[in-house]
Write a protein that binds this ligand. Structure first.
Ligand SMILES: [Zn+2]
Ligand SMILES: [Zn+2]
Length: 161
């Protein structure tokens, strides 16, 4: 059972949306979005991603690190990326189309404490029955990229960038 607390949905006063307990907003958005939108930025995410992250965090039972910019760390683009983020700025400058799941609130990059990325991917593959939604992961990289642009007929889909 997911432990979620509820907050009024800024898009609609009469409804409530689930806010995760395990993750803080600053861990999954860049500073630009955090400083501009604050808690309203929760609504930028595909709820399937948040639900999946919470489930994995609960079951793997180890700290998960996405962004750490708020504590002075180097990571700020591993969750939601906005047009001011460097990776997106690079794409704009190069004239490249860029529709990353990181820009649509559908994907994150993360590490799990005490595990290398390949161990985490194998854990997710082995425990795919706990996943509430199909996921995609990038194969062979030293971080875990996971997004919910999966395929309905497959719980875990590995792709090479
Ligand atoms: Zn940004
Ligand atoms: Zn990624």
């Amino acid at each position: 059972m997911l432990r979620l607390r509820q907050l009024a949905d800024p898009r609609n006063d009469s409804t409530m949306m689930d806010i995760p307990v395990y993750f803080k907003l600053e861990e999954i958005v860049c500073p630009h979005v955090y400083n501009t939108y604050g808690e309203a930025a929760w609504s930028f995410f595909d709820p399937r991603l948040i639900e999946t992250l919470e489930k994995i965090r609960e079951r793997i039972n180890r700290p998960i690190m996405i962004n750490n910019w708020k504590e002075g760390g180097q990571y700020s683009q591993r969750g939601f990326r906005c047009i001011k983020c460097e990776l997106v700025q690079d794409a704009i400058r190069d004239g490249r189309l860029y529709v990353s799941p990181h820009m649509t609130g559908q994907g994150v990059d993360f590490d799990v404490q005490g595990m290398v990325a390949e161990e985490v991917r194998q854990w997710i593959i082995k425990n795919q029955n706990i996943l509430p939604w199909p996921v995609r992961m990038e194969a062979g990289v030293s971080w875990v990229h996971m997004d919910v642009r999966g395929k309905d007929d497959k719980k875990v889909y590995l792709f090479a960038a």
